[in-house]
Design a protein. Structure first.
Length: 301
């Protein structure tokens, strides 16, 4: 008798599907946080495999800084529209206008921190008690401290010293009113796993992940894109270079890398030899040694 053997991608996918189904069964009002990036795209595909042919038992929500790459916003709207799913967008710009968030005087500073009050307000607005996030433990050391079910108190805050055990993949989702759980179904995946899964599933991705010509300037050790949200300083020179992005987010802090990768297979070959996490190209993560952990304690994704 032939014995069927799961590939490592099959095993990761199966575990993630199990987590999503557990959340759908255990919580009243979950939501899938979606940016249009590679990790949230994998989560969306896993959700489809977990619940199709029915509609997803939760909406999709994007917390938009207002400084996102236009190509990604167009991709987000087109993809979710073609799937017929419910997309909720809550923007930092509106949060600033409503007094929920306060913008710094320096327009060149990332709005990622301002996503915190915007997200917390959205969770309260819709009474979401669980939110799927695309965090992976290999991204950043603060991510590695987090459980798959990440408990957040009534203020939306995370205490890394007060986490629930997850022995034998048993998850404790009990919460009181006002509290919520952040759930990370692909926590055990790596960046390489994500790209191999994208290749296997033949998934469409935003075109800025592939090599293209772009006007960029060099600042704080990374190539930043020119655009409507920031401009080079007098001592910074704009150059047209062949680049791509390993991660997508706020244009003000997301650095490009020089690359000739024009296919997912090319990207996989690149990732296999990289020794720096993709978040090494995020300026806001290099603000201090504990930048990510500090944001997560306040309620970040």
């Amino acid at each position: 008798m032939d014995t069927y053997s799961l590939s490592h991608l099959d095993a990761l996918e199966s575990a993630s599907i199990h987590i999503m189904r557990e959340v759908a069964a255990e919580f009243q009002h979950p939501v899938l946080l979606f940016s249009g990036g590679k990790d949230s795209l994998c989560m969306l595909r896993i959700a489809e495999k977990a619940f199709r042919p029915a509609k997803l038992p939760f909406p999709v929500m994007h917390i938009d800084t207002g400084h996102n790459f236009p190509e990604v916003i167009e991709f987000r709207d087109r993809l979710i529209g073609s799937m017929g799913e419910h997309l909720i967008v809550r923007g930092v710009e509106d949060a600033i206008s409503n007094g929920i968030a306060v913008e710094t005087a320096d327009g060149d500073v990332s709005r990622n921190r301002l996503q915190i009050p915007t997200l917390l307000a959205a969770l309260e607005e819709f009474k979401f008690d669980a939110a799927f996030g695309g965090g992976r433990r290999d991204e950043e050391k603060a991510r590695a401290k987090e459980r798959i079910y990440s408990f957040r108190d009534s203020f939306g805050q995370w205490d890394p010293k007060n986490q629930r055990p997850e022995l034998w993949n048993l998850f404790n989702g009990k919460i009181f009113s006002g509290e919520n759980i952040r759930v990370f179904p692909i926590s055990d995946w790596t960046e390489l796993d994500v790209w191999q899964y994208i290749e296997r599933e033949k998934m469409e991705i935003p075109n800025i992940y592939f090599s293209h010509q772009r006007d960029v300037f060099f600042r704080d050790g990374q190539w930043l894109s020119t655009g409507p949200y920031m401009s080079p300083k007098s001592n910074e020179t704009v150059e047209n270079r062949t680049v791509r992005f390993r991660t997508i987010g706020d244009m003000v802090c997301t650095g490009a890398i020089e690359s000739t990768a024009t296919s997912v297979a090319d990207i996989i070959d690149e990732i296999a030899v990289f020794r720096v996490s993709e978040r090494g190209g995020r300026a806001d993560d290099r603000f201090s040694e504990t930048a990510m952990e500090d944001r997560k304690k306040e309620g970040y994704f």
